[in-house]
Design a protein around this ligand. Structure first.
Ligand SMILES: NC(=O)c1ccc[n+]([C@@H]2O[C@H](COP(=O)([O-])OP(=O)(O)OC[C@H]3O[C@@H](n4cnc5c(N)ncnc54)[C@H](OP(=O)(O)O)[C@@H]3O)[C@@H](O)[C@H]2O)c1
Length: 399
């Protein structure tokens, strides 16, 4: 079997760690060519000792300096017998296009993931996409890049991965109307505040918001799950990934997170993918394609579970989801605004600069302020991203 050479962007995050867990189970299939971190050099060092990559990238310049100042190169040589190539963020785009890499796992959080992911798509790589924000910020440009280079985008996000598994094998997003699909149903756990009243929501702290009932995730996506902005981002992600119009996308609350999403067909069939809430399952699915490989995830015991619950989302208690449905009407311009405003607002909330419900307020204000903006190219998308962030920070001062 040919070894698949991997580059893992966001190696030190939850998705990166889960990916390396699956990879370690299959030394006959995968070789880690490169690991990319933001600033967690301790974990990156530990990962390098185990996975023996050829290249390490540390995007945060202070952390890169600290790596060198701490003598970690010498320590690494003691551990693995050689020093990998070490670089900073400026080396990332060309690494993503390196001929020595087959597959790029795009798992940097937030819009920082866009440029490297796009570079990989332009070079025709197989991209395992976890970084949903990049698709939300520049979905059209990413899809165009993959169509013109022949790159493949395989969804890691559990809902999109579930849908991907339930679509016909020959599904082609440019002919989406031809496959007899009635609608895609994205499931949502409802997060930690599924049953909280509007009054209770206004008192929520960052610690409460990041305590997800079913999934272990990074801080930003945990808050996004609590507000259901995450489901909003996923609706936009689904729009771009599967090429179906907004009217064929829906959300269903399913508190147990066992049914990861469904595809409803015109003949009345609904196909679903089920599994324990463990990201190693979708990661193993896309890593192994076309084979099915061991993920390390526990097996689902339906008899022990007994029942599965479903309910419609309450848009009055989850206004971020309502805003996201509105955004679907103008995804090229409004999705980047939604993404940037939410990302800034979540950061401000996690740093206790604004209250939980101010996340909605800042996003709403940004959507109104930039309603007539035009995004004709990628530079426009980046410029809009910058402007929205600055605007959101200004608005936060008045909260
Ligand atoms: N976790 C999940 O279950 C899940 C499920 C579906 C989709 N996703 C998506 O997957 C992506 C990653 O999520 P996560 O939960 O793994 O996040 P996370 O645990 O917060 O990890 C984020 C990763 O991105 C790196 N990073 C952050 N800012 C960076 C920057 N400016 N430049 C380069 N690297 C940077 C971090 O590096 P350091 O830690 O070294 O600073 C870390 O490796 C997100 O887009 C999320 O929406 C996650």
């Amino acid at each position: 079997m040919n070894l698949q050479n991997l580059l893992i962007l966001g190696a030190t995050g939850t998705i990166g760690i889960n990916t390396l867990d699956v990879v370690a189970r299959h030394p006959d299939r995968f070789q880690v060519h490169g690991l990319v971190a933001g600033r967690n050099i301790e974990l990156l060092f530990a990962q390098a000792c185990v996975h023996r990559p050829k290249v390490l990238i540390i995007c945060d310049s202070n952390a890169l300096n600290q790596w060198h100042a701490s003598g970690l190169n010498a320590k690494l040589r003691e551990q693995i017998g050689y020093i990998p190539e070490i670089g900073g963020e400026d080396a990332l785009a060309s690494l993503c296009q390196s001929e020595q890499i087959d597959t790029v796992v795009a798992a940097i959080v937030g819009s920082a993931g866009l440029k490297p992911t796009l570079s990989a798509l332009q070079a025709g790589k197989r991209v395992l996409l976890a970084n949903k924000e990049s698709l939300v910020l520049a979905g059209r440009f990413m899809i165009q890049a993959s169509l013109s280079s022949g790159a493949t985008i395989l969804p890691v996000d559990s809902e999109h991965n579930a849908i991907y598994q339930c679509l016909p094998a020959n599904y082609d997003l440019s002919r989406a109307a031809e496959f007899g699909i009635e609608r895609l149903v994205l499931t949502a756990s409802g997060g930690p505040f599924r049953n909280k009243s509007v009054a209770e929501l206004s008192q929520v702290s960052p610690a409460q918001a990041i305590a997800h009932p079913n999934w272990v995730m990074g801080r930003k996506i945990s808050v996004d799950s609590a507000t259901m902005a995450n489901k909003g981002l996923e609706l936009i992600e689904a729009l771009w990934l599967f090429g179906l119009p907004a009217g064929q996308l829906s959300v269903l609350v399913h508190p147990q997170s066992i049914v990861h999403s469904l595809v409803e067909y015109k003949d009345g069939s609904m196909l679903a993918q089920l599994g324990c809430p463990d990201m190693r399952t979708p990661i193993a699915h896309v890593l192994g394609l076309p084979d099915r490989i061991e993920s390390g995830s526990p097996r689902l015991n339906l008899a022990a579970l007994g029942k599965l619950d479903f309910e419609e989302p309450d848009l009055s208690r989850f206004p971020m989801l309502k805003l996201a449905f509105d955004v679907l009407a103008k995804p090229d311009t409004m999705a980047p605004v939604f993404n940037a405003a939410n990302e800034m607002a979540v950061d401000l909330f996690l740093n206790e600069k604004i209250a939980y419900m101010d996340i909605v307020k800042l996003t709403q204000m940004s959507l109104s302020r930039f309603a007539s903006t035009c995004v004709a190219n990628l530079d426009d998308a980046f410029e809009l991203d910058r402007e929205v962030r600055a605007f959101a920070v200004e608005c936060a001062k008045k909260c």
